[in-house]
Write a new protein. Sequence first.
Length: 298
Amino acid sequence: MYENEILELKQTKEAVILAHFYQSPEVQDIADFVGDSLELSRTAQTTPAKIIVFCGVNFMAETAKVLSPEKKVLLPVKNAGCPMAMIIDKDKLIKYKEEHPDRKVICYVNSHAEIKALSDVCVTSSNAEKIIRHYQDHKLLYIPDLNLGNYLRDRYHLDIELWPGHCIVHNRLTDADVFQMKSKYPKAKVLIHPEAPLSVLKLADYVGSTRGIIDYANKSSAKEFIIGTEEGILHPLRKQNPDKSFYVLDPNMVCRDMKKTTLKEVYEALLYEQHEVILEKEIILKAKRALDLMLELS
């Protein structure tokens, strides 16, 4: 239901549907492009479509609007948010910058446009290591993900201060979860997203973004994998690797906000062109500088 209507509307309105790997299988399957945050940013910037329907959470749709301000960007579910993105207080960040003018602000893309506008450069889990090395001779503030920041600081021994934020889905993972699953599937490779706690990441065979996890599994000769990220990624993993087995590290790794989007919401967003992302011009200009630099350094 809704698939044919969505396809017809999409063609009529010259629209493109973008979806994150954490979306439900039916939404991923109807999308024109499914990817991680970096891939979605690049696609939003280069698509010739007049309308972008962004199946994700609000900061992702904002990023698409910043990168393509001339396009109409629609978020199918208006209240699909990200608790980690909401944890950063703009006024506190402004005060920090005033008190620490020597620190470059490295902003995880999981943040709202007004926070990106206060930052020197943005990063995603795909390019954070590459970009952080570019700033290795600077004093840094990394916002807002404490876990990814800890991982970068531990790996590269840089002068990084961290903001006390985290992803509620990934932060729940424990060392015990890994030990339990490894005892159950001893031959399985452990692939974990860097938003997990550092002690958990140190138990992984591979640490990387959602795209990195998929690429690793696709290329690996292993037949079993324990996946430490949101369960939506299991859909593309299983589609692309029907001869391999994938087990989520914790069965409760579900992002409720990502799962709010259904085909009904996608259809209604297209039909009524509703829930358009509106941002102030000044915010767009300033946030775009940080995002453009990210894409340049990637």
